[in-house]
Write a protein that binds this ligand. Sequence first.
Ligand SMILES: Nc1ncnc2c1ncn2[C@@H]1O[C@H](COP(=O)(O)OP(=O)(O)OP(=O)(O)O)[C@@H](O)[C@H]1O
Ligand SMILES: [Mg+2]
Length: 564
Amino acid sequence: MKQKLRRSGARIMASLIVLLGSLSYIMILAVINGSAGFITAMGVTVFGATGVAKALGIMGLCAPVTLSWGWIIGLAVGCGVVRGGLRYLEQYSNHYIAFKLLAVLRDKIFAALRVLCPAKLESKQKGSIIAMLTSDIETLEVFYAHTISPICIAVLVSVAVFLFVGFVSSWYLALVALCGYIVIGIVVPVISSSRLKESGVNYRREFASFNSYFLDSIKGIKDIVINNAESERENEVNRRSDILLKETKRMKNGITRASAATELIVSLFIAAALVAGIVLVSADMLDLGAMIIGVVAIFGSFGPVLAVSALPGNLTQTFASGDRVLNLLQEKPAVTPVKGGKTFDYRQLDVDKLTFGYERNAPVLKEVCMHAKRGEIIGIVGESGCGKSTFLKLLLRFWEKDGGTIAYNGTDIDQINSDNLLDNVTMVSQTTYLFDESIEDNLRIAKPDATMEEIERACKMASVHDFIVSLPEGYKTQAGAMGDNLSAGEKQRIGLARAFLKGSELILLDEPTSNVDSINEGMILRSLAEQKSKKSIILVSHRESTMAIADRIYRVENGVMTEV
Ligand SMILES: Nc1ncnc2c1ncn2[C@@H]1O[C@H](COP(=O)(O)OP(=O)(O)OP(=O)(O)O)[C@@H](O)[C@H]1O
Ligand SMILES: [Mg+2]
C-alpha cells in the first residue's frame, strides 16, 4: 500500500514558502549571511594559497604576486574573524525563523482544526492529528531552517567561486568546478530523491499509523483488559513496530548509500580539478601560482552543494509532512462559520421540512418539523440511532442542513452569526470532556469571568455542588487527578452545570440524566422545571420519568418527527 503525495514536491515547497509570510525577509538575511560566511571561510584558505604562490614567485617558480605579505596575512585573518560574526548572524536568523515558525504553524493548525470542528473531526483519527501537531511540524521546521537556505547558499556560493576561479585562475578549472556543482548539487539529489521518495513517504506513514494505533491502545486499555484482549493487542503492536522498523531500515540504508556515493563523487571532482590544473600548467596554459589558488578555492567550495545533496533523505519526509499539513490547512470545512450575520435573542424556534444525511442519499432526518417557544420544555424521544443527537447538532449548526429551514425568531440558522448562535444556544452532549485542570476551571470555560457564587449556583442547579465540596480540595480539585475516578453521572452533572453557568437562553440536553440515579435525576429535573420561566429547554431522553417534565413531546421514527 503506497501513499501518494497529493502535490508535487515543487508545489509543496512553493506553498510552504508562501506560508512563511512576513518571516521571509529574515530568511533572505540568513541566506546572505550564510553565503558571505562561507565565502569568507574560503577566503582564509585562498589567501593562504596566495601566500604560497607569493613565496613560489619569489623563488622564481611562478609569476610574482603583487599583494604584499601584510595584506595577505591581514586579509586571511580578517576573513577568519568576519566569518565568526557572519556565522553567528546566520545561525541566529535561522533559529529565529525556526522557533517563530513552530509557533505560527501550531497556531495555523489549531485554527484550521477549530473551523473543521466538530463535523469533520468526527471522522479524523485523533492519533494522526497528534502526530501532525508534533512530528510533522518539527519536520517542517527543519525544512525552513535547514533546507531552503542551504539551497540558496549553494547557488550563490557556487556562482561566486565559479567567477572567482575563472577570473583569477582559469576558466577551464572553473568549468570543472561548475560540472562538480551541477552533478553534486542537482543530479545526485534528483536521482537519490526519486529513489528515496517512496521509502520516506512509507516511513512517515508507518510512523503516523503506529503512533495512532499505540495511542488508541493506551486510551482504550481498560476495554482491552475487560475483554482479555491483551495478547492480541500486544501482537498487533509488535507487528506494526516490526513494519516501522523495516521501513526505517530501508530509508536509512538508502540515505547512507546516497551519502557515500556523494562523498566519492566529491573526491573524484577534486582529483579532476587537480589533474586539470597540472595539465594546464605543464601545457604552459596556466601559471603555477594561479593554479594553486584556483585549485585550493575549488577544494574548499563543495561544502554548500554537499549540504544540498544530503537533503533528499529529509526532503522526502518534509514533503510528506508538508503535504499532510497543507491537506489539513486547505481542507474545506463541512460548515463555514457565519461572520457578520444577523444576531438575535432567542424567543422562538421553528424547524420546517428539515432534511439531513451524513452521506448523500442516506438521509437521517427527513422533512422534520418542530416548534418551540421561549419558556417551553420540549421532549424528543426515539430509538437509539434514529437521529436525535444529529437533530441537536443541526440546531447548533455543527453540520449544515441539506434542506428545509431552522429559524430562530424567523431568521434561518445559515444567516445567523455563529458566535451569536452559540451565545443563545448551548448543549450538554452525551459525553462531557473534563480538561486536566481544576473543576473550577473546567466550569469556567462556559463563562471565564464567572464569580464563585455563580459557579456554585450553577452546580447546585445541576445537583453536583454537594459532591464537589465533598472532594479533598473542593472546587480546586484537579479533574485530571481524579481521572476516570469521576463517575459518568458526576461528569454529566458537571457538563450540565457548565450549561447553566453559560446562561444561554436555549439549552439542548442530550440524555442529561442517562447516567444519574433517580434521586439526582429528580433534583436535576426539579431545577430544570424551576428554570422553565427563564430558560427554554429541548430535552432528548429515553426515560419516561425524564419526559414527565416536558410540555410537548416529539417522537423520531424512520427519520420523521411527529408530535405525540
Ligand atoms: N459523524 C457521523 N458520520 C456518519 N454517520 C453518523 C455520524 N454521527 C452519527 N451518524 C449516524 O447517524 C445516525 C443517527 O445518529 P445519532 O447520534 O443522531 O442517533 P441518536 O438518536 O442520538 O442515538 P442514541 O440514542 O443512541 O444517542 C446513526 O445511524 C449514526 O450511526
Ligand atoms: Mg444520541
